[in-house]
Design a protein around this ligand. Structure first.
Ligand code: BES
Ligand code: MN
Ligand code: MN
Length: 456
């Protein structure tokens, strides 16, 4: 559409400046120190919705961080797209590994470096700019509702209630999300699934206080050693997870489905080189694309205990802790897996320690159909702006609320993400290519156009 092209090229620099401004707000949801910044970011998003042409936009308080909701309704008879994204970001640490300040965005070699550049400020903001493009050129082909939350990175604890309480307001035909990645700009792809999650924390306690490791070491079990042994035992020699019942509900894919997944371009040597590993690792019998897409996993996210400060201290710690998360696949139930983990962890604890297990957030896996009108509208939008058909892939990450869109609102989701796997999301030096940002803004209006056409 020429009108879109013209509007976007005339406003290109401003689109980028506005994103850079948004990236300056440290909207870290996990750390209460940033509560006021998170609130400030919500206000900024609301203002952007209004400026983009939304008739209404509102910062909706929750028991946690606020949700920003805006809409532009042009005709109740037309289809409605509900856009979802998040304005909160992951903590920036370790700070010393950043080449520039995480909240002082810079553009280097065509890439924007900042926390949230890709996940998800850069991607959610494309939607606000896409809506602006359509609204300001009077070409909006459908109704749009935009819901941008501030707690995605901490488990969306309050969004489920918001969906329940706002069923009428959130009525739509499809949910559109840009919070996932593509294979590359040369090989566009659409994620057709997300994994679920069960996130646990454990504590292993030995003696009632830290002990001198010479006076007591060798005679009292060291909780750090015990924790390591327990964790190590949770994978067998084939890297299968040993928790009884863990795989019981796992959906096995047909040979044809596995073949389709493995037909996506993937270069193992480049993969290893890029990550700086000599060899890859994983569950026996599955390829890398399967291991990160359709198989469940168990990872230690953090482990600590005893003395970790400067220099050396001879101590036998009283306790050791770990944060352990499991990625889940269709049919596994997050709560059930958390219960299985807890029972197993308690069972394998030797009698010389006591253990505590607690449950952080979780969420269910989703698979999005690749033959629905909405998916086909997304594929056609990509074909229009990339000149290539997208490849469907199964993503390894999780967006727990997507399962609730289906369960609570009865809505399917299209994952139209423009990130890249090496955008360093959740890591130091997160980046987002300026090219991807503009490509997203260019592509999204076509989704609305093609989706509206399928409904006529
Ligand atoms: N945007 C990511 C999820 C993602 C990343 C999906 C890349 C596909 C490809 C999201 O913000 C995220 O980080 N989710 C968390 C889960 C959440 C409950 C903290 C995750 O996947 O670890
Ligand atoms: Mn995200
Ligand atoms: Mn994230």
């Amino acid at each position: 559409m020429q009108a879109w092209k013209d509007y976007q090229s005339q406003n290109k620099d401003r689109f980028l400046d506005e994103l850079m401004e948004l990236l300056r707000i440290p909207s870290v949801s996990a750390d209460s120190k940033y509560k006021a910044d998170v609130a400030r970011c919500a206000e900024a998003v609301k203002e952007h919705m209004l400026k983009a042409g939304c008739d209404k936009a509102e910062v909706c308080p929750t028991a946690g961080h606020p949700i920003v909701y805006g809409e532009k309704m042009i005709d109740p008879k037309l289809p409605t797209v509900l856009v979802y994204g998040h304005y909160d970001v992951q903590p920036a640490d370790p700070l010393n590994l950043w080449h520039s300040g995480p909240f002082e965005p810079v553009i280097k070699d065509g890439k924007i470096y900042a926390r949230g550049a890709c996940d998800d400020k850069g991607q959610m903001f494309m939607h606000i700019k896409a809506v602006e493009t359509m609204a300001k050129t009077n070409t909006l082909p459908c109704n749009v509702k935009i819901m941008i939350e501030g707690e995605e990175e901490v488990g969306s604890a309050n969004l489920g209630k918001f969906l329940e309480d706002n069923k009428e307001r959130l009525k739509a035909d499809i949910v559109l999300v840009s919070d996932t990645s593509m294979i590359s700009m040369e090989t566009p792809s659409i994620e057709s699934g997300l994994r679920g999650l069960a996130y646990m924390e454990v504590e292993v306690v030995g003696p009632n206080r830290d002990l001198h490791s010479g006076v007591y070491g060798g005679a009292v079990a060291n909780p750090a050693t015990i924790l390591c042994q327990m964790i190590a035992s949770m994978h067998d020699e084939n890297n299968h997870i040993t928790i009884p019942g863990f795989y019981d509900k796992v959906q096995e894919l047909s040979d044809a489905e596995r073949k389709a997944i493995n037909s996506a371009p993937f270069n193992l040597d480049e993969y290893k080189k890029e990550l700086g590993v000599q060899e890859i690792w994983g569950e026996k019998g599955y390829t890398t694309l399967e291991r990160t897409g359709i198989r469940p996993t168990l990872e230690v996210n953090g482990i600590w205990g005893g003395y970790t400060g400067e220099g050396a201290k001879t101590v036998l710690p009283s306790k050791a802790n770990a944060k352990i998360s499991m990625r889940l696949v269709p049919n596994q139930v997050s709560q059930e897996i958390a219960d299985l983990f807890e029972a197993h962890f308690k069972k394998i604890a030797p009698s010389y320690v006591t253990v505590k297990v607690s449950h952080h957030h979780g969420g269910e896996a989703v698979v999005t159909p690749t033959n629905s009108p909405a998916y086909m509208a997304a594929a056609k939008a990509i074909q229009t702006t990339f000149g290539k058909d997208p490849i469907p892939t199964r993503g390894g990450g999780s967006i727990p609320i997507v399962a609730l869109f289906e369960r609570t609102l009865g809505l399917k989701t299209v994952l139209l993400g423009f990130g890249l796997d090496n955008d360093n999301i959740h890591s130091p030096n997160e980046k987002y290519d300026v090219f991807n940002y503009y490509k997203g803004i260019e592509t999204i209006p076509y989704f609305h156009k093609y989706f509206a056409e399928t409904k006529q």
